[in-house]
Design a binder for this molecule. Structure first.
Ligand code: FNR
Length: 192
C-alpha cells in the first residue's frame, strides 16, 4: 500500500515549540507508512469575513489546498488559558468556511495536546474536539492523546519518552486505519 499523506498543524509558532517537536517526531516514527507534512500557520492573518471567500489571502488558500490534498489531519495543540491557542483557532476558522461544506468536512482528524503540567492540555483537547465538531470533520474515535509533563518528554526538539511516543504513534495508526476504512467505503472519494 502506498504511503498516506497527512497534514500536521501545530498550534504554536515558537521556534522551540514542543507541539511542533511532537509532530516532527511522529513524522519520523511513521515515515514508512505515511508522509506527515507540517503546514506553517504563522502567515495567516486574523480571520476577517471581509477578506474571506473567492479573494481570500494566499496563505488561506494554501492552507485549504493542503487540507484538501491530505487524507488526514494531525493537530498538535498547546493549552493556553484552558483552551487551544489563538493560532490554531484562527486557522480552523479560516479552513472551516464555507460552513458545513469546507475542506474539513468528513476529514479524519487526530488531536494531540501537551503541556508541561500534569493535565497535558486536556482542557484544550476538549475544546478542540468541540471546534472540529462544528466543521463536520471526523475526529477519530480513540482515547485522547494528552502528553503530560512534556518538557521532560521532549528533549532537543524530539519526543524521546518511549511510552508517550508509543501511545501517540498508536493513535496515528488509528488515524491511518480510519483513512483506510474510508477509502474502502468510498474508493472514489479517497482518490479525489
Ligand atoms: C500557557 N501554558 C499553559 N499550560 C497549561 O497546561 N494550561 C494552561 O492553561 C496554560 N496557559 C498558557 C497560556 C499562555 C498564554 C502561554 C504562553 C502558556 C503553558 C504552555 O503549556 C507551555 O508554554 C507550552 O510549552 C506551549 O506549547 P509550545 O509552544 O511549546 O508548543
Amino acid at each position: 500500500m502506498s504511503r498516506r499523506l497527512l497534514l500536521g498543524l501545530s498550534g504554536s509558532l515558537r521556534r522551540g515549540s514542543v507541539s511542533t517537536a511532537i509532530l516532527k517526531s511522529l513524522a519520523s516514527a511513521v515515515s514508512d507508512r505515511a508522509e506527515l507534512r507540517i503546514h506553517p500557520l504563522g502567515d495567516l492573518p486574523l480571520y476577517n469575513g471581509d477578506e474571506d471567500g473567492e479573494h481570500a489571502p494566499e496563505s488561506v488558500a494554501a492552507l485549504k489546498a493542503a487540507i484538501a490534498d491530505a487524507e488526514g489531519v494531525v493537530v498538535a495543540s498547546p493549552e493556553y488559558n484552558y483552551g487551544i491557542s489563538g493560532v490554531l483557532k484562527n486557522a480552523i476558522d479560516w479552513a472551516s468556511r464555507p460552513a458545513y461544506a469546507s475542506v474539513l468536512k468528513g476529514k479524519p482528524v487526530l488531536i494531540i495536546s501537551s503541556s508541561p503540567g500534569l493535565t497535558g492540555g486536556v482542557r484544550a483537547q476538549a475544546q478542540a474536539r468541540q471546534t472540529f465538531a462544528a466543521t463536520l470533520s471526523r475526529v477519530i474515535a480513540h482515547p485522547e492523546v494528552v502528553i503530560t509533563e512534556v518538557y521532560q518528554k521532549v528533549v532537543e526538539g524530539a519526543l524521546v519518552d518511549e511510552t508517550a511516543l508509543a501511545f501517540t504513534t498508536a493513535a496515528l495508526d488509528a488515524l491511518l486505519a480510519e483513512i483506510a476504512l474510508l477509502a474502502e467505503a468510498e474508493p472514489e472519494a479517497a482518490l479525489a
